[in-house]
Design a protein around this ligand. Sequence first.
Ligand code: PLP
Length: 406
Amino acid sequence: MFDVEKIRADFPILSRKVNDRPLVYLDNGASAQKPQVVIDAITKAYTDEYANVHRGLHFLSNLATDKYESVRGKVARFLNAPDEHEIVFTTGTTEGINLVSYAWGAPRMQAGDEIVLSVLEHHANIVPWHFLRERQGVVLKWVECDQNGDLDPQAVIDAIGPKTKLVAITQMSNVTGTVVDVASICQGARSLGVPVLVDGSQAAVHMPVDLAAMGCDFYAITGHKLYGPSGSGAMFIAKDRMAEMRPFLGGGDMIREVGREVITYADPPMKFEAGTPGIVPQIGMGVALDYMMAVGMENIAAHERSLRDYTRVRLAGLNWLNVQGNSESKGAIFSFTMQGGAHAHDVSTILDKRGVAVRAGTHCAMPLLEHLGVGATCRASFAMYNTTAEADTLIDALEFCHELFG
Ligand code: PLP
């Protein structure tokens, strides 16, 4: 039984005040708050269980290695990935997608080859492909969403041509909350022999993910949005794709033997993890994933659906507010602008004065904002610990802004 008050009690920061008001944290799309179990796990890792991993034969090194390596299996379970050896630890989605661009994309793509991507993408799933465009003449083929923010999976499949080497697509927009039917895209792309990279940074926080059913080749998650520490993350890479990849960063841990003229590499996934990794952040992410799995992803998704439905109706009642992208199939993420031209930064500053934390700007998604015809928006993004009462506080604060700006 999902009890939001019980969940809230697990997150100490939620009981603090901001500007003398109870904190209403609606900036979860940027980063989520951490439950006490994660904070405790980080403290314990440093106070009791810390050493470098993989290298030592002493007690603490073995202990830290076991704790750290056990997270690979947790990620695999969380995503229902076929094999934990297909999980590469990263510092987050940005590193994960850059890894794929450099280690898999660059050696396999030539001038004129194409990458299909959607206008919904975050810059983390755009800029690494621009590198290939700039350096190697790869062509980026953009698929548009409609004004509601919906992306037709068939339009993505139709954009695949004989020169397409990769489809790179988000499962949930961080601006509009649109949920993309990535399983259909993977099925269509697979039938045409084209690999698919899915950016799961937002989706994996809010809904169950089943990679075995989805059938993608690459899937990125980022720990700090999953109630874990910043600097943690993972990339699922299907075995066949891993076998096609050259190493990314070079250094300790990713090698088998190093000589003066020769080098051999460790087997994947270690081949893609050079140097001392984010030991404690990854351990913290593992605890965060345990926490989410214990709450239940179906329960989290159901709670957030009710927050979405409630907030959608309340925002629709503000006839001076434009919500960007109001797809039926969306998460509890709302980007909006106020009619009359109040700047998003000013609106967010006033909301902050009332304890309401939202994000303002272009949300690392400039092509999408341009497509939607807006410069900057405010974004309220909900998480498992938010309540409908907090949505009411947001609406009250917006009404106050409206009175102020007229
Ligand atoms: N992709 C999406 C959809 C995101 O929302 C974000 C973060 O906002 C990222 C990628 C980048 O994640 P990170 O900054 O953790 O690497």
